[in-house]
Design a protein around this ligand. Sequence first.
Ligand SMILES: *[C@@H]1O[C@H](CO)[C@@H](O)[C@H](O)[C@H]1NC(C)=O
Ligand SMILES: *[C@@H]1O[C@H](CO)[C@@H](O)[C@H](O)[C@H]1NC(C)=O
Ligand SMILES: *[C@@H]1O[C@H](CO)[C@@H](O)[C@H](O)[C@H]1NC(C)=O
Ligand SMILES: *[C@@H]1O[C@H](CO)[C@@H](O)[C@H](O)[C@H]1NC(C)=O
Ligand SMILES: *[C@@H]1O[C@H](CO)[C@@H](O)[C@H](O)[C@H]1NC(C)=O
Ligand SMILES: *[C@@H]1O[C@H](CO)[C@@H](O)[C@H](O)[C@H]1NC(C)=O
Length: 421
Amino acid sequence: MPNRLCPTTLSRMWNCVFMVLLISAGVSLIIYHLMEYSQNKSVFSRQYFHFMQNLNNSQQDYGSPLKYFNKVLNSNDSDNDVSYTKNYTILFWEHGKRMLRRFLRSYGKVEHDPFEFCSVRNCRVQIDDMNGLNVSDAVVFHLHRTQGPDTLPPYRLPHQRWIFFTDESPLHTFLVTKKFTMKDYNGYFNWSMTYRSDSDVPVPYGRTVPLNKAEKAKINSLPDYAKLKSRLVAVLGSNCGGINKRWQYIHSLEKYLKVDIYGHCGKLKCPGHFTTDCPILKEYKFYLAFENSNCKEYITEKMWWNGFHKESVPVVMGGDKEDYKRLCPPGSYIHVEDFDSPQELANYIKFLDENNTAYNKYFEWKKNYKVLNEHGYFGSPSLHICHICEALNFNKSPKTYYHLEDFWNKNTDCRGSVLPL
Ligand SMILES: *[C@@H]1O[C@H](CO)[C@@H](O)[C@H](O)[C@H]1NC(C)=O
Ligand SMILES: *[C@@H]1O[C@H](CO)[C@@H](O)[C@H](O)[C@H]1NC(C)=O
Ligand SMILES: *[C@@H]1O[C@H](CO)[C@@H](O)[C@H](O)[C@H]1NC(C)=O
Ligand SMILES: *[C@@H]1O[C@H](CO)[C@@H](O)[C@H](O)[C@H]1NC(C)=O
Ligand SMILES: *[C@@H]1O[C@H](CO)[C@@H](O)[C@H](O)[C@H]1NC(C)=O
Ligand SMILES: *[C@@H]1O[C@H](CO)[C@@H](O)[C@H](O)[C@H]1NC(C)=O
């Protein structure tokens, strides 16, 4: 293109270089002022503030990756709406259809409004890769399906955010594309989008939210949960591995207790993989929410959906005890690391099975909290597009991940088996 615009005679060429410089300076100035304008004019919403406050139930600060939330926090605006000085376009690269099946349709047939539970709605979604690229403010990559840096877009707009999404733990991020590692993508991505709270676009599988006064007032007394349950312990699994040795632990438990194993890893049949729910889990007193890896904050729908949503007390293995303490309602779950052996845990479960008062204590939290499922499985809401849109509205500072392994690393973010078997 420069060849045609600028013929190669020397004097003409200098004229031409000068012109190009002048024009780009002008354009930069305009862009700069537009950005200033949009920053000053944004009115941050209260709801957004609530979102962050609710991401966990403690009150400490998340630290730098979520800086933009502090801005919201400090804003003193009673207005609930963002004054839209700009619309944003989000492009889902290459695996757009797959991602939107979850993010827009929650694995069902009907398209939902992705901003229904959102503090903003000034974003639109694109999956037309090449035509979308030049008009997109964000490009989202499904990391564990991406076939290497060569398959990323050939160019990027200066203001464009490239976002990698993964909902697998660092141990399984490259399960599908085994030849790549995080390092291969150093310098490409601006933002992370994972279940972890220190992501630029945090998309936890579920959240704990304190009840407001009106909600609390509606609760007179809780049902006798023990009486509603006719079965003891269930687990549903399609992947019968896990370097945390979860299945060995389950088989040890089986020596002392009846464990009903649904799915590929057992004899009982039930659906329960993203699309179709497994309603029978509601009849169980306990659900073994054992994640496939013990990684920082890696807590999935196993706990939020099969446990809490089914009102079956989750027995958890995955993140460390602190993670659960921070992210779940107090007194709502049983962590395997609180027991010296599977036998000891089995004895405790048997004790709770016999003592309804003690069992029902695991539901006391419902007087003060509710839990939300936001993963998009089984028709539950997906907040992914909403959170990208919020980040585009509120997170203005530039950023690039030059050392991805400092952020996402199976050696430092995950533990092996920590269990006596
Ligand atoms: C969530 O918990 C962590 C650890 O206690 C804390 O650092 C962080 O500030 C909390 N976040 C919010 C928004 O309450
Ligand atoms: C927020 O606004 C209220 C009412 O306008 C005012 O009294 C208060 O001082 C303001 N707070 C801050 C931190 O600006
Ligand atoms: C944003 O999009 C909406 C809906 O298409 C439109 O009404 C509005 O004018 C747009 N705003 C800007 C600033 O482009
Ligand atoms: C998008 O922009 C790039 C770089 O400016 C340009 O080379 C390309 O032709 C454009 N593509 C489309 C489809 O407009
Ligand atoms: C049952 O549990 C309650 C509450 O934890 C406790 O006070 C009571 O002693 C227990 N009863 C028996 C028989 O263990
Ligand atoms: C995104 O990262 C690239 C590096 O690959 C950088 O050039 C660009 O300035 C970053 N953009 C933003 C908006 O942070």
